[in-house]
Design a protein around this ligand. Structure first.
Ligand code: PSU
Ligand code: MN
Length: 305
């Protein structure tokens, strides 16, 4: 039930919202394009369970047969996970095409923010956001995730960004567009697999309550857009950058040689890094998403109080 004729909210999510209980949005491109089957499905279900355990309601977002979904069934998650990269990767640009043709697609951070905002959900947990790609001064490859953060009032809890991206240019772009980057218990932007980078965050806040207070204030002031909440991977799951830098460099080389571009770039790099690290990056990836789900649930709970 929803006033938006294109949107289906599951009864679980609708009931939580009607009762003023916290809801956390989750994306689906991480399921279809971000991890291999069946780990992707198991992780997606674990992340939902983690949100519930933390006292919030998960709303995994996707487009299924042309319907915008805030909340998916287990069968729908299984189907997206099995389809993998054969399912469309949907960013803001792609949404009307899937709706008009009744197609199914997995939503990126950008498209998940669009649908979460339509459903009235303010907090969203994922692994890593898209950003400004290395070499963007030539390729112009800047993820639509960053423009969405500039416009749409959803806070995105992530472990920073993978160093397939240019973290410095990503921060510059976010600054230009007025998107705050908040470090949760950290002074530097985490680099996904590692807890730190050489780039400072704009603000460090140490509790979910303090983060919720800033978000609430931003939106009460009528300032449009979202925020990046950067949550470092737990120390016991962090990977030495030497273990990952080589894989990233090789994946970038292969992408250049094979002429990979546009929306294929990020999924290609993610898959190659997974293969080149023989899956050792997958455990870290899963652990950090679970940690982000916990923090997002705590922020959503604090926002509701
Ligand atoms: N980074 C990751 N894992 C992911 C993604 C990015 O470490 O799964 C996905 C997210 O869905 C993100 C999208 O929104 O890739 C960004 O794609 P692009 O660079 O094409 O905007
Ligand atoms: Mn791109």
């Amino acid at each position: 039930m929803s006033l938006n004729p294109y949107l289906d909210t599951t009864p679980e999510v609708q009931q939580a919202q009607d009762a003023g209980r916290p809801v956390v949005a989750l994306e689906s491109t991480i399921i279809s394009h971000g991890m291999p089957y069946p780990d992707n499905v198991r992780t997606a279900l674990q992340v939902e369970a983690e949100v519930r355990r933390a006292g919030a309601t998960p709303a995994t977002v996707a487009i299924v047969k042309g319907r915008l979904k805030a909340g998916l069934s287990g069968a729908e998650i299984e189907q997206l996970g099995q389809s993998g990269r054969s399912v469309s990767k949907v960013s803001r640009r792609d949404i009307p095409f899937l709706v008009a043709s009744g197609a199914t697609g997995a939503t990126t951070v950008a498209a998940t923010m669009v649908i979460a905002a339509m459903a009235g959900i303010r907090v969203f947990a994922t692994g890593g956001i898209g950003g400004v790609h290395r070499g963007a001064t030539e390729s112009f490859d800047v993820s639509a995730d960053l423009q969405e953060l500039a416009h749409t009032p959803v806070a995105v809890v992530c472990a920073g960004a993978k160093s397939i991206l240019d973290l410095g240019l990503t921060l510059e772009y976010l600054e230009t567009h007025g998107v705050p980057v908040i470090g949760y218990q950290t002074d530097t932007l985490p680099a996904f697999f590692s807890r730190e980078s050489r780039f400072a965050v704009d603000y460090r806040l140490d509790t979910p309550e303090a983060i919720a207070r800033v978000l609430d204030t931003k939106w009460q002031l009528g300032l449009r857009g979202g925020a990046v909440i950067a949550n470092p991977i737990a120390p016991e799951h962090a990977m030495p950058s030497s273990a990952i830098d080589h894989a990233i460099a090789q994946a970038l080389d292969e992408a250049r040689q094979q002429g990979i571009g546009g929306k294929e770039t990020t999924p290609f790099l993610l898959e190659r890094i997974g293969a080149l690290t023989e899956g050792s990056s997958l455990a870290a990836n899963i652990a950090l998403v679970l940690g982000n789900a916990r923090l997002a649930s705590a922020i959503a709970s604090a926002l509701g109080r």
